[in-house]
Design a protein around this ligand. Structure first.
Ligand SMILES: [Fe+2]
Length: 196
């Protein structure tokens, strides 16, 4: 019993010392590149590796923001929106896989644990106190729009680097997310969508 209490005390001290944020900010210690027969120059593969890693972890973060909405929304249109978020998360998981595998094809290494995603995602935090369907729809529209914009930027960056294949991956993702955003935002009154 004494030992258990002592262990608990040590754990409590460690938890207080590290804090909950430190515990989830896992980051890769170094970039690992593998040898490959892929003829794209190393400098291009490395530059794209950084884009692919960021896009993958952001998509992981986004997918669980969508999951949070899927689980917690309430209201008259619960069922179709609940199901829509299911489909959207499944699509995001496909994209995460495509991005991660492209990273490996280019000789890089993907770092795709939830802890790495939590520690390195650049997306805004999802509000955890939402309940109403439209509030969740609006919140997901905002983060979906932010992620689609990142992918849209990557289309041009990869083109400029001279890799049309990776660029096309970002075209595919952006095209799909633009459509999902349209389907989702069409549920909102115009005053819930900011003017461009
Ligand atoms: Fe579910």
């Amino acid at each position: 019993m004494k030992k258990t209490l002592a262990s608990f005390g040590a754990l409590a001290v460690i938890t207080i010392f590290l804090g909950p944020q430190d515990a989830i900010t896992a980051k890769p210690s170094k970039e690992v590149m593998h040898t490959t027969y892929n003829k794209l120059p190393l400098s291009i593969r490395k530059a794209e590796g950084a884009l692919l890693q960021q896009a993958a972890v952001n998509a992981m973060d986004l997918s669980y923001q969508v999951r949070q909405a899927h689980w917690t929304l309430k209201g008259e249109t619960f069922l179709p929106v609940h199901q829509f978020f299911d489909t959207l998360q499944a699509e995001l998981h496909e994209f995460i896989d495509i991005l991660a595998e492209r990273q490996m094809q280019l000789g890089g290494t993907i770092y795709g644990t939830l802890r790495v995603a939590a520690g390195t995602s650049t997306l805004p935090e999802y509000p955890l106190d939402l309940v109403k369907v439209k509030d969740h729809v609006q919140a997901i529209c905002k983060v979906l729009s932010a992620y689609a914009e990142l992918c849209r930027t990557n289309i041009r960056v990869c083109q400029d680097l001279g890799d049309d294949v990776t660029s096309e991956i970002f075209v595919t993702i952006t095209r799909a997310l633009d459509k999902q955003l349209w389907l989702l935002e069409s549920n909102l009154e115009p005053d819930m969508i900011p003017k461009n």
